[in-house]
Design a protein around this ligand. Sequence first.
Ligand SMILES: Cc1ncc(COP(=O)(O)O)c(C=O)c1O
Length: 411
Amino acid sequence: MDPMDHAPRTDAVGESAATLAAAAARFSAAFTDCPDRRGTGAEKWDRWGEADVLPLWVADMDFRSPEVVLEAIRSRVDHGVFGYTNDPPGFAPALADHLQARHGWRPDPAGIVGTPGVVTGLALTARLLAAPDDEILTFTPVYPPFLTLPGAAGRRCIRVPLAQSAAAWSIDWDALAAATTPRSKIFWLCHPHNPTGTVFGREELLRLADWAEKHGVTVVSDEIWCDLVLDDHLPHIPFASLDHPAARRAITLVAPSKTWNLAGLGCAAAILPTAALRQRWRPAGGGLVPMVNPLGYAAAEAAWRHGDVWRRQLIGLLRHHRQLVLECVSQIPGLVCVPPSATYLMWIDCRGTGAADPQAACEAAGLGPSDGRDFGWPGFIRLNTACPTERLAEAMRRLRQAFTEGLSGAP
Ligand SMILES: Cc1ncc(COP(=O)(O)O)c(C=O)c1O
């Protein structure tokens, strides 16, 4: 039995750092004894097959979900009937209560609609809020589907590059203004931001809201990473919680999948501002979007209601892993990484190493990151630190090897 089972199941925000540190030490087995995922169809582990490449790419974790979530799934399995399932009555209130407890924002549960994925939700918004050839703007670099989904829906993706400094990635307001046209209809905000780990602050969000209001753009805020903010001084502010007319028109997409490692269960939620949008949401899928599966609902509800102790322990570990990667990166000439404030992703600038193809250099050294090119940003790699510490340490050894010995990707 997982020790999490004995942990208090209520949110204990305000618990002292010492208590949390003690808990993290007690429960660390949850993040060291990981099942072997090879041969299970795990996308992450299948990619390089039998080759000796440590997969630190796609954004799922190698950890088991917390026992409170597994228990909820088991109990739903014991029910034994898995027919077509609407949002169960506890689903929306569990999310609304969770958002209230964690982020001080309680959306109206009536506006919450279960959706089999955040990516699905983004694709639906393209069809609901923009006409063919209209423009969907987004900050780049960005999670690859933001770049490809508009085209798949017959809409146009407009890339607005973020500005990089030594300490932060920030919004380039001139670039946003220059990219705006009468066909700008949607802004897809990734907040917190994948891959840079940026947590946008109130001032930036309000300025974005002003821009959206001025140009009649609807903000769709993908907040799938909102529960993995690593820096206490940077609270996640849901875009739709702002006191602003653009926020009252915004759509928010969330899911328990990143935080509690549930991506394979396909359960997310859209938070929709009007009854009219709620009515049009499912039909916009045109028969291509399945219902959410009942095990996904059970897991989501349990994670939101009872998953916070585990989540906070995970954050302790991810902070440690962030430090480990930053230290390693700082010792490799030519590598640069702006410390992420959220996520378990490290976005690493490899342009100073002389490697023509950083992804190839890593793979040749037995390390499998995500390729920056897929995020619209060549010369970078993204590393996923959500694996046991020992594996991450070995990955750092291979990162060093990739860029200090051989430089196999060099011209
Ligand atoms: C920003 C962002 N949105 C959406 C997703 C995927 O969401 P889903 O699996 O619910 O489609 C990811 C996965 O990494 C992500 O990083």
